[in-house]
Design a protein around this ligand. Structure first.
Ligand code: CU
Length: 80
């Protein structure tokens, strides 16, 4: 029998919205999108230049918001 806790965690897709400072053009949007997509467990990324935010869907068994934030900061942007 599957352990319900582990089975649940493996399928736990979560959505987080990151508020990002420093994006000024579509190149920035591409950079942010790219680094977020490289984080293991991330399944979709939507970055808005106008709203200065990124909406990320990820598997919480593999990724966490701190990792996502670190990825964005590693690309030279600030997450607030
Ligand atoms: Cu730019």
């Amino acid at each position: 029998m599957l352990n319900p806790v582990i089975a649940g965690a493996a399928m736990a897709m979560e959505t987080v919205q990151l508020n990002i400072q420093g994006m000024t053009c579509n190149g920035c949007v591409k950079n942010v999108t790219g680094v977020l997509q490289k984080v293991p467990g991330v399944s979709s990324v939507e970055v808005s230049l106008e709203q200065r935010c990124a909406k990320v869907v990820y598997n919480s068994a593999e990724a966490n918001p701190a990792q996502l934030k670190a990825a964005v900061e590693g690309a030279g942007f600030e997450v607030i």
